[in-house]
Structure formats: C-alpha cells, structure tokens
Design a protein around this ligand. Structure first.
Ligand code: 5AD
Length: 435
C-alpha cells in the first residue's frame, strides 16, 4: 500500500514497521537501519523509501489533512449506489457473494466476465469499485515510467518495436540520460515510484543496469521497478541487490498454445515457462510483482482471460497490468480488431473481485480505447493505479508499441496536472506523487 503522504511509525519490530496515516495503519517493510518509533517516513508499495524530518513531515501533513478527508467524502459519495432490480437473479447471487467476499467458483467468475447488458455491466463495475474502496480506501498509485530503449531482440507478433520492424527509428538512452530523467521525475516532479522499461535489449548488460539502478538510488528516494524482459535469474538478483524492488513483466497470455503462436519468431529467450519462472524467482527474492496479459488477442477466449487473472493472482502479483491489444500496422496482427472498452473494464472488475487487495492498473492502452474517459472508467471498475510517461519527448514518440498512444505528444507536466485533476474530481488520493 503506498502513501506518499508522510506516515508516522507507531510500531516497529525487526524490519517490519506499522505506519499511521491520519489514523489508517499500514504494515511496511523497513530497509533503513536508523528508523525508529515515532519517525516520519515515506513508504511505497509497502516499503519505506525515505525517512523525513519531523518539521517537514508536519507541514506536509497539515496541507494534506483537509484534502485527505475531503477526498474520502467524495469517494464515499461516488461509491454508494442503489442496486438495479432488473438483473438476472443468478447474476445477482454471484454479486452478493462477491460483496461478502466469499470465494467464487470458476463458473461464477466466468459468468461475471460474461456480463452482457447495461444493467449487469453497471452492477459488476460498481461492485468492484465498492470492494476497492472497502479494502484499499481511496489511495491511488501514480507511477512514472521511463522508456529508455526501443531496441528489441524479439519479434512478438503484436508489438510495434519488434526486431523486424525496420521502419522504426531506434534509440538508446545513455546511463546519464536515464539517471537525469529519473532525477527530474523524482526530485522535481515528485514521483515516489518509477519504472525503467525497454525492449529486450542486450546492450544494457547486467553491469550497466546495476550502474543505472545504483546511480538512481543514490540520487532519488524512489521505489524502482525494472521492466526489461526475460533477463537471466542472476541478472534479476544483481538488479535487486543494486536496489530495484519491483519487476513489471507480462506473461501476455496464459494459453500456451496462443503464446507460442504470438512468439513463434521471437528469440527463444522469450518462452512462456521462462517468463513464469522469472516472475516466480523474482517474487521469491523479494521483488514486488507487476504482471498480466493482453486482452483481445485473436483466438483468445473468456476462459483464457479468466485463467490470465487467476495466473496473475497465483504469481502473487502486487499489481495487475492488463491492457487491450491495439493493432500495429507493421506487425502480423495488423488486422486485429479493437475490443469494446467494456470487455477491458470487465477484466479489471473481475480481477478486483478475485483479488481484493492488489493494485490494479489502468494502462495507457485502455485510454486509447476511450481517450476522454478511459482512465476514469477503469478507476470506477475497481482499478486504483495509473502510470505517467516521463520519458523525454524526443524518445517517447519512438517507443511505438502500438499506435494512438494518447500521451505521446503532451508535456509531462500537462499529463500530471490532468491526472491529478481527474483523481481529485473522483475523490482519490494520488498517494505516489509528493504533491
Ligand atoms: N497493443 C497493446 N499492448 C502492447 N504491448 C506490446 N504491443 C502492444 C500492442 N500492439 C504491450 C505488451 C508488453 C508491454 C510492454 O506492451 O503486453 O508486455
């Protein structure tokens, strides 16, 4: 759970501390040797990332106090609802079970994923939103993402930065550029969690990644995720030791047959079992796991999607990352149709019902489906996390995974202020940004 509102340590035993935020208490992992009872800290993703002095903490808390309670009130108002009477009674029964947080059977989960008419959809989304509020309150994470290279050794059938896309201008950010970008994001823009993402690019050896991570950790008090594909387990160990604490790696689909088809011309390194092993290993050594799949792959069934959600849960995901496939003209899947946004929202809602406490991301690709309201709809269907692209503009336009990325031409500061406006308007606390 992340609150970039300063919290006070009210209990500490070994490396586990309890942090208090205006009366709400969270358990966090402490990696600092000098943190004591009553100290003020920033925590992210359940990990203390910075100790702060009392006077600074108290002045920030003063600013937050009024707003914190105001936002909660707005969230409360928007989450309460009258139930529709006109829905199917079996559907209603499953919803009741979900509300009481009783485990659902697979066929019940599937029935939710197959919600059809407007009434069923609304009931499903609102139930998921209610569960989000009950278990996670109004806290929303806003992570920054730095896309530092668009070189890739793979040829994933859906991806615009695949090796064989010869029409794409390629770039690699230097170590210095990456560290400067992180420094700006953390120390000028206020991000408390950053994701370093690239294609699978062997130019960035583990030594280079270690160097980048160490330099960022020296300058920035942030929770750092790496999203660099299937490197070796040893590489992930080294990146963890250097200070990375999260991994973002989608398994793309849990249907291995489909996976093989999508990756048939990729380097052997990207095979399904290797991805899953990487995630399991990363979890074992302490990384926070962010994973998920693509929705709308030709041939993908609703059972496949349910299995994707269940696999994500079984991988101990701290963050669910599901997004729609958006056809890229230079790929084999250039003809894949765009899915209906409701199908994406159903995945978010069912994920929330199956996993009440994890973070669920609204991906930028969902915004591509509905530029104006995509994020808002996702946040009202059980999601509670967003990412803002902080890649320098000249590179951002070249990180062309799929066409129509809504953030590609906007200034970062504009994206941040739009995001904050959205979150405040619906009563969510943007607890990753120190603003
Ligand atoms: N549409 C949507 N998402 C895509 N990704 C790659 N290509 C596309 C596309 N055409 C996603 C993959 C990958 C992540 C970095 O971007 O799921 O894991």
């Amino acid at each position: 759970m992340c609150y970039a509102i300063p919290g006070r340590i009210v209990d500490i035993k070994n490396n586990i501390a309890i942090v208090d935020y205006f009366g709400e208490k969270r358990e966090v992992l402490n990696e600092f040797s000098d943190v004591q009872l009553n100290d003020y800290v920033y925590a992210q993703g359940g990990i203390i990332i910075q100790k702060i002095d009392e006077s600074k903490a108290l002045s920030t808390l003063k600013l937050w106090k009024k707003r914190f309670h105001e936002l909660k009130k707005i969230d409360e108002k928007l989450t309460n609802y009258q139930e529709e009477n006109s829905i199917d009674s079996d559907f209603k029964k499953i919803i009741r079970k979900a509300e009481k947080r009783i485990d659902l059977s697979k066929s019940e989960m599937l029935r939710l994923l197959r919600a059809k008419d407007k009434h069923e959809l609304e009931t499903l989304f609102r139930t998921a939103n209610k569960i989000r509020k009950k278990t996670l309150e109004n806290s929303s994470c806003v992570h920054g993402i730095i896309e530092f290279s668009n070189y890739c050794i793979n040829n994933c059938a859906y991806c615009g930065i695949q090796k064989d896309n010869s029409s794409l201008e390629r770039y690699r950010m230097s170590v210095d550029e990456i560290v400067k970008t992180a420094d700006y994001a953390a120390n000028s823009l206020g991000f408390k969690a950053l994701v370093l993402q690239s294609g699978e690019d062997s130019f960035y050896t583990s030594d280079k990644m270690v160097d980048i991570i160490k330099k960022i950790k020296e300058k920035c008090r942030v929770l750092l995720f790496v999203s660099v594909g299937t490197k070796s387990l040893e590489d992930y160990r080294k990146m963890y030791d250097a200070g990375a604490r999260g991994i973002l790696l989608r398994f793309e689909t849990s249907n291995q047959e489909l996976y093989r088809k999508l990756h048939s011309t990729s380097a052997s390194k990207s095979d399904f079992k290797k991805r899953i092993n990487t995630l399991r290993y990363a979890s074992k050594i302490g990384y926070l796991i962010a994973t998920g799949s693509l929705i709308g792959i030709p041939g993908q069934t609703e059972e496949d999607i349910l299995n994707d959600i269940l696999l994500t849960k079984s991988l101990n995901a701290d963050m669910y990352s599901f997004g729609p496939l958006i056809a890229h003209p230079k790929t084999n899947l250039s003809n894949a149709g765009l899915i209906d946004i409701n199908n994406m929202l159903k995945v978010i809602a069912v994920s929330r019902i199956i996993d009440n406490t994890s973070k669920i991301l609204v991906t930028t690709a969902l915004e591509t489906l509905d530029n104006e309201n995509g994020r808002k709809k996702g946040l009202f269907a059980g999601a509670n996390s967003l990412m803002i692209n902080v890649t320098p503009r000249k590179f951002k336009r070249l990180y062309n995974l799929y066409p129509g990325r809504p953030d590609k031409d906007k200034e970062i500061t504009q994206n941040i202020s739009n995001t904050l406006k959205l979150l405040f308007s619906i009563g969510r606390a943007p607890t990753d940004l120190g603003i």
